[in-house]
Design a protein around this ligand. Structure first.
Ligand SMILES: C[S@@+](CC[C@H](N)C(=O)[O-])C[C@H]1O[C@@H](n2cnc3c(N)ncnc32)[C@H](O)[C@@H]1O
Length: 271
């Protein structure tokens, strides 16, 4: 199984449409945006997930990453992300569609999207601080001001701090694959988590996933295909063409080097 063969044709026909994509997102967001603050997404009775989806690793922080955290952290990082509901109006200088990148790693995807769409807002969640420092360096270099970052467990943040119907899209690229059978429960993409994501998305809001681990790709497709309130946006109703804004990252490149195929999924909130 590999990437769907229609990729090249799709890029030729759909890529030009990306110029209108931004306008469409605005329209959707305006139709969805409530005039009053939305309630917490906090789902009563949902137990906090004790099993973490990430391995504890601080890793080595370069001097440049540490300096970036010190110099620009105050204008990008969200203080105490679990203490209160995330308020996009207070966090960003412009009221605009909000896109969430979960586990952004070194930040290639979120930085690229923020650069391509300066009229949209981006929120990134990551637990690995050197990666956060790396993203801050990119944002400073490209002078993007439309990104905010929380150094936090995304599962907890979505559970406690995100308003319902507040996100125009969610992106989860190459989440940790947890390849061993006994670790599968640590995977981020699970039925309950996907319903939390659904609650956070506006109606017709989009969910983009990608992985280079074929068994995880099958698992993702199974979970999303049975998830109430989602439709598959892929013309084949299986895997989707590569999301145009998703650049090649170090993680994906490593997978390609190992001979892995890469799978994209594209779903949307339908109800
Ligand atoms: C394999 S890397 C992929 C990074 C990036 N998305 C890419 O495509 O290159 C997965 C990242 O997700 C982060 N991560 C895993 N679980 C997370 C969670 N619950 N909350 C926030 N970040 C998480 C890890 O720290 C790691 O940086």
């Amino acid at each position: 199984m590999g990437i769907e063969p229609t990729l090249v044709a799709w890029e030729a026909t759909v890529l030009p449409l990306n110029y209108t994509r931004s306008a469409l997102l605005w329209l959707l967001w305006q139709r969805n945006t409530p005039t009053q603050a939305q309630p917490f997404l906090m789902i009563e009775g949902l137990p906090e997930r004790a099993i973490k989806t990430f391995a504890r690793r601080e890793g080595r922080m370069t001097q440049a990453q540490a300096r970036a955290l010190e110099d620009f952290g105050h204008s990008v990082l969200i203080d105490n992300p679990l203490a209160a509901r995330f308020d996009p109006l207070a966090a960003f200088s412009a009221n605009a569609p909000l896109h969430l990148d979960i586990g952004f790693g070194a930040g290639e995807s979120i930085a690229n999207s923020a650069y391509l769409n300066p009229d949209q807002n981006y929120l990134g969640l990551e637990v690995h601080r050197p990666g956060v420092g790396q993203l801050l360096l990119k944002l400073d270099a490209q002078k993007s001001r439309n990104v905010r970052v929380a150094v936090v467990d995304a599962v907890e943040f979505l559970h406690r701090s995100i308003g319902s119907k507040s996100l125009s899209s969610v992106r989860i690229f190459c989440p940790d694959p947890w390849p061993k059978q006994r670790h599968c429960k640590r995977r981020l993409i699970q039925d309950e988590f996907i319903q939390i994501v659904r609650g956070a998305l506006i109606l017709h809001g989009e969910l983009f996933l990608a992985t280079d681990w074929a068994p995880y790709a099958d698992h993702m497709l199974k979970v999303l295909s049975r998830a109430p309130g989602f439709i598959n946006r892929s013309p084949t109703q299986r895997f989707a063409p590569r999301f145009a804004e998703r650049p090649l990252t170090r993680f994906e490149n490593r997978g390609l080097g190992l001979g892995h195929a890469v799978f994209d999924l594209h779903f949307a909130r339908s109800e």
